[in-house]
Write a protein of this length. Structure first.
Length: 238
């Protein structure tokens, strides 16, 4: 198992991932997903891959997303799907099964849910912790990452979730243009979106950018920019 885990991470980095981790699927089976049971039940592990966002583009965000950020967002999503596709090909060549979960596909438009939560997988796979904004905050890049997931029956050693390091920081709460972040602390994870966010405020705020021809995506990016993790090293929290 250790050999396959190590080789998978090497293959993921070779394909373009900046971060990669593995998680067992039992917690997701217990809580349920939006994936078809016949798809989900044949696998034993989830693999989270992350690609770092361009800091120069993130730093240009002020109170709303820029066209450059929206374009970058779409390009990184496509890059992630290419990475997971390459990993599926590599895993099957090793004699195992795998299936990729597209980085930005929504299967429940009402609740904005994908087949499986990329953020939940990333937290369990040790990519980062769940921040007050509900974004995954990685130690190296903060929330300046995008995520994708693949499922596999390759025998992998799961990573462990990281300790939450948001502490008393209120940067994302103060900066949120929708006043959606409640500044609630957690040691592990939030039991629901509403525990951390006024989620409907976030949805309403970002949805207007999707209909903006200059943006064309349901994005914001302000909380991504202001998080001390991921900005200059001398400004990170310790």
């Amino acid at each position: 198992m250790e050999d396959w885990t190590r080789e998978l991470k090497v293959a993921a980095k070779r394909a373009g991932a900046d971060l990669v981790g593995a998680a067992g699927l039992e917690p997701f089976r217990a809580e349920g997903t939006n994936l078809p049971p016949q798809t989900f039940d044949q696998f034993t592990s989830a693999v989270s891959v992350a690609v770092r966002l361009d800091s120069a583009i993130i730093d240009d965000i002020q109170s709303e997303p820029t066209p450059e950020y929206a374009q970058h967002y779409r390009a990184v999503n496509a890059q992630l799907d290419g990475i997971t596709s390459a990993l599926v090909t590599w895993i099957t060549s090793c004699g195992f099964s795998a299936a990729s979960i597209p980085s930005s596909r929504i299967v429940d438009e009402t609740h904005l849910l994908g087949g499986i939560s990329h953020k939940a997988v990333a937290r369990m796979a040790g990519i980062g912790w769940q921040g007050k904004s509900l974004l995954i905050v990685s130690p190296a890049y903060g929330p300046r990452i995008r995520l994708a997931t693949l499922l596999t029956d390759m025998p992998l050693i799961p990573n462990q979730p990281l300790k939450n390091r948001c502490g008393t920081c209120e940067a994302c709460t103060r900066a949120c243009p929708a006043s959606a972040i409640k500044n609630v602390r957690t040691r592990d994870r939030y039991n629901s979106r509403e525990e951390a966010l006024h989620f409907s405020r976030c949805v309403e705020h970002t949805r207007r950018f999707k209909s903006d021809p200059a943006i064309g995506a349901q994005v914001c990016g302000v909380c991504v920019k202001v998080c001390p993790f991921g900005s200059r090293p001398d400004r990170r929290l310790v």
